[in-house]
Ligand binder design. Structure first.
Ligand SMILES: O=c1nc[nH]c2c1ncn2[C@H]1C[C@H](O)[C@@H](COP(=O)(O)OP(=O)(O)OP(=O)(O)O)O1
Ligand SMILES: [Mg+2]
Length: 197
């Protein structure tokens, strides 16, 4: 049984919000943090989990509702896991296109066999701002970094992420397909188990 009827999604990323809403919308009334605040808390944590908790805590505090946050990113093997928790800030806050251009440039001479990468997603659910025991779930999605952007769907690094099990980039998947196999989908499946929904 779902322990509450309404929750706030603590993300300012439209692509993420759409995916989370699609995965959760039939179970609970989903609100967006944008309805309550436009302030984005600084992501000062040193792990996905810490950042997810601090975003959820902020959202729970300003909304008075249970809050779910997603902290995610791309970990590239050749780069020792970078950009990782700094994925959104990889090109110094210039946005997705600049992040993607930088990644392609950095990996320019790296052969296919060394272009392995994983998307990482940490979800944190706080029942209230002072919840001492957040529910934490994570998901990984293994793939490879392409040599050029491919596809128009999704957001962020999707056009650069080759999905071996589908033989296309993540930006060439339909949203329905991506939402069944992605890092976020895996983390969400665990969260649903925890919530009994
Ligand atoms: O499925 C994905 N497909 C493509 N790219 C993705 C995905 N999932 C995370 N990413 C990238 C986007 C961003 O560069 C970083 C997340 O950063 P992250 O701080 O968690 O999110 P954000 O700043 O965009 O929004 P917010 O913090 O308000 O939730 O990883
Ligand atoms: Mg962020």
């Amino acid at each position: 049984m779902m322990p509450f009827t309404e929750l706030v999604l603590a993300s300012h990323n439209a692509g993420k919000l759409k995916e989370l809403q699609a995965m959760l919308g039939e179970h609970v009334r989903v609100r967006s943090i944008g309805e309550f605040s436009s302030v984005e808390p600084e992501e000062t944590g040193l792990s996905f989990v810490e950042n997810a908790i601090l975003k959820a805590r902020h959202a729970a505090r300003v909304s008075g509702l249970p809050a779910l946050a997603d902290d995610s990113g791309l970990a590239v093997d050749f780069l020792g896991g970078a950009p990782g928790i700094y994925s959104a800030r990889y090109a110094d806050g210039q946005g997705d296109a600049a992040n993607n251009a930088k990644l392609l440039q950095v990996l320019k001479d790296v052969p296919d066999a060394e272009r392995g990468a994983q998307f990482v997603c940490a979800l944190a659910l706080l029942r209230h701002a002072d919840d001492p025991l957040p529910i934490l779930c994570e998901g990984l999605w293994h793939g490879r970094i392409l040599h050029a952007a491919q596809g128009e769907q999704g957001f962020g690094y999707d056009p650069l992420f080759w999905v071996p099990e589908r033989g296309c980039s993540s930006a060439e998947l339909t949203s329905t397909d991506k939402n069944q196999i992605s890092h976020r989908a895996r983390a969400m499946a665990l969260l649903k188990q925890r919530l009994g929904i």
